[in-house]
Design a protein around this ligand. Structure first.
Ligand code: MLT
Length: 406
């Protein structure tokens, strides 16, 4: 018997598990210290009342023989797929159809699972810094090659540096990539891509016969009307892009679990329909998202659900603005946090990402995320999440200022 040897190549533990380990160690050493998390992008506001009501109604249905549901469609219930198409696409002039929408238990699973559709020989391009799931799942599948501890990079991945100089939005490379992960609004930098920048990527993918995996998990944070919410706003994207969306950050579903992936009918490679392949994959390996959860997600699109989710997002947006101002007041240079829930702050002069993370944890009792955890180009940055408890934010910012001697 042989195990998947790729797992042995993956360094350490998953970024957020390592952070949780350090926080737990600190907390057990200093049990009386109150810790405030601005680390992992986990929501803190409760689910909107419209969502709770829909869930309760669905729970009652499950308790009655006449309305009980067993296995649902692996692709998701038509009521949710149709609602999604109407609100997220048709309302914006995008011609996605319900059969192109696949409901799941969240974008993280889809991000990892979508790799099933791609050959191990594909050249995968990722941003640096990047959401670690894209890299780790490709490493597990054997597409990333070997890990170099010195550089913190995988031999077969094509890295797209996202730095201050390019506004944290990567240029299309000279080399050919087969699969490209793009996430805008970006995790971790909070950068957004313009229509022109996304058009360059779509043109690149079409020219190179590549596929873009577009992670739009944070699109609800866009306020600037010029910034695209979906890759399908770019002409030709239906021939080269798969889009991943989530209810986690939009409607507070991090613990409820629901997302969806769009695989257009027009997307074909090697004479095969990617939509048909994904359908085959999902119907074989997945039995659908819980009926109760899909009813909850549907309620997000009702007028009350929309008003309530927008009100919550407004609170997180206000958090982002406060964090930006608070960190500037603490003498840091900040990026992101506009049209995006993440603030990407430069670490104090001469301090690395982990060093700053440790200082803020130990001196301020505030959890952040070290930029280098997202890739070598993240060194010299820390990420702060705007999803923290708004009531605790002023204390967190005051403590950060004190810890940084301001
Ligand atoms: C993050 O903090 O980067 C996110 O919460 C990760 C995720 O959505 O899985």
């Amino acid at each position: 018997m042989k195990v998947n040897e790729n797992y042995a190549k993956i360094p350490g533990s998953y970024l957020f598990s390592e952070i949780a380990r350090r926080v737990a160690a600190f907390s057990s050493a200093y049990p009386r210290r109150e810790i405030i998390s601005l680390g992992i992008g986990d929501v803190t506001l409760p689910l909107p009342p419209a969502v709770i009501e829909a869930m309760q109604k669905a729970v009652a249905e499950m308790g009655e023989a006449a309305t009980f549901r067993g296995y649902g469609p692996e692709q998701g219930y038509a009521f949710l797929r149709e609602t999604i198409v109407e609100h997220d696409f048709a309302a914006h002039g995008i011609g996605i159809t319900p059969d192109e929408v696949f409901i799941s238990d969240g974008a993280k699973s889809d991000c990892g699972n979508i790799g099933d559709l791609f050959s191990v020989d594909n050249r995968v391009a990722v941003c640096d810094p990047v959401y670690p799931v894209y890299v780790d799942t490709n490493a597990m599948a054997g597409r990333a090659g070997d890990y170099d501890k010195e550089t913190g990079r995988w031999s077969n991945l094509l890295y797209l540096p996202c730095m201050k100089e390019n506004g944290f939005v990567p240029k299309v490379p000279q080399e050919k990539a087969d699969v490209i992960y793009l996430c805008f609004p970006n995790n971790p930098t909070g950068a957004v891509a313009t229509r022109e920048q996304l058009t360059e990527w779509v043109d690149y993918a079409l020219y190179n016969n590549a596929i873009i995996l577009f992670d739009a998990a944070y699109e609800a944070f866009i306020t600037d009307p010029a910034i695209p919410h979906s890759i399908y706003e770019i002409p030709g994207a239906e021939h080269c892009a798969i889009e991943l969306r989530s209810f986690s950050k939009t409607a507070g579903f991090t613990g409820t679990r629901c997302g969806y992936t769009v695989v257009p009918n027009a997307l074909e490679r090697d004479g095969q329909s990617l939509r048909a392949m994904w359908n085959r994959r999902q119907s074989t390996k997945f039995n659908g998202t819980a009926y109760i959860v899909q009813r909850a997600a549907e309620a997000v699109y009702t007028p009350e659900g929309q008003a309530q989710t927008r009100a919550n997002i407004e609170i997180y947006r206000n958090n982002a603005e406060q964090i930006r101002r608070g960190l500037e007041g603490a003498g840091l240079t900040v990026h992101g946090g506009k049209n995006a829930p993440y603030i990407w702050a430069e670490t104090p002069a001469g301090m690395g990402s982990w060093e700053t993370f440790d200082l803020l944890l130990h001196e301020a009792g505030v959890v952040t995320t070290p930029g280098v955890g997202f890739g070598p180009c993240g060194e010299g940055y820390i990420r702060l999440s705007s999803f923290g408890d708004p009531k605790k934010l002023p204390t967190a910012l005051m403590r950060i200022r004190a810890a940084l001697g301001k």
